[in-house]
Design a protein around this ligand. Structure first.
Ligand SMILES: [Zn+2]
Length: 213
């Protein structure tokens, strides 16, 4: 897998003469949450450097399904993050903003923010990712005090919703490169920083069954 990833990355880099590359590492490892890849260890400067991690199960799936195109696209997506942050002159990250999108498309990627392919991680098979409005229909099965705290979405999945006007407490994680914990499926947790707002059981109330219309 390592050899394949290194080769694929090199192929993309070779096809991207408009940027100067320093050391860009790539490796496969299982990634928690919904992401299939993330970019880390990048630095601002003239040379694009950093590390790309691709979910190892996704790489295997691409091989089994003869789907080089998806693997290429995910690597391009992450490489575009490294490039965008290298040349980012602002303090804030570019994330999936226009600068990233333009680069992603310029290096042959599709510029879409989320992975839209058919691969599903084994731990996510059969799970539904329902829109927030539908989560309000979930009814509680156990008392709210069974949990210490939860994010807005976690409470909804438990059958509770945060009472209007309640302020949560922010928790921020800093992590370096590959050793990181996914923060409750938050989108931007792949590289550098993750944050989640938590609410305690006294800040929530049970969802109500929706009246028939
Ligand atoms: Zn991304």
């Amino acid at each position: 897998m390592q050899e394949q990833l290194t080769k694929t990355l090199q192929m993309i880099i070779d096809g991207t003469p408009e940027y100067q590359f320093g050391r860009v590492e790539i490796s496969g490892a299982p990634i928690r949450g919904l992401k299939v890849g993330y970019a880390s260890k990048y630095r601002k400067g003239k040379f694009v450097t950093g590390k790309i991690t691709i979910d190892s199960r996704f790489v295997e799936w691409c091989n089994d399904n003869n789907n080089d195109a998806e693997l290429l696209d995910v690597i391009r997506h992450e490489l575009a993050h490294l490039i965008a942050e290298t040349f980012n002159t602002k303090k804030k990250h570019v994330w999936h903003g226009t600068a990233w999108q333009d680069i992603c498309k310029a290096i042959g990627g599709d510029g879409s923010r989320y992975y839209q392919g058919k691969f599903v991680k084994p731990e996510n098979v059969g799970k539904e990712f329902k829109p927030i409005t539908e989560l309000y229909n979930i009814l509680p099965k156990q008392p709210a005090t069974d949990w210490e705290r939860g994010t807005f979405r976690q409470w909804l999945e438990r059958g509770y919703h945060v009472i209007k006007g309640q302020k949560g407490s922010l928790q921020v994680w800093e992590f370096k490169g590959d050793a990181y914990e996914s923060a409750d499926g938050k989108e931007e947790n792949g590289w550098g920083r993750a944050a989640a707002v938590y609410f305690t059981p006294d800040q929530v109330e049970p969802n109500q069954p929706r009246e028939a219309k």
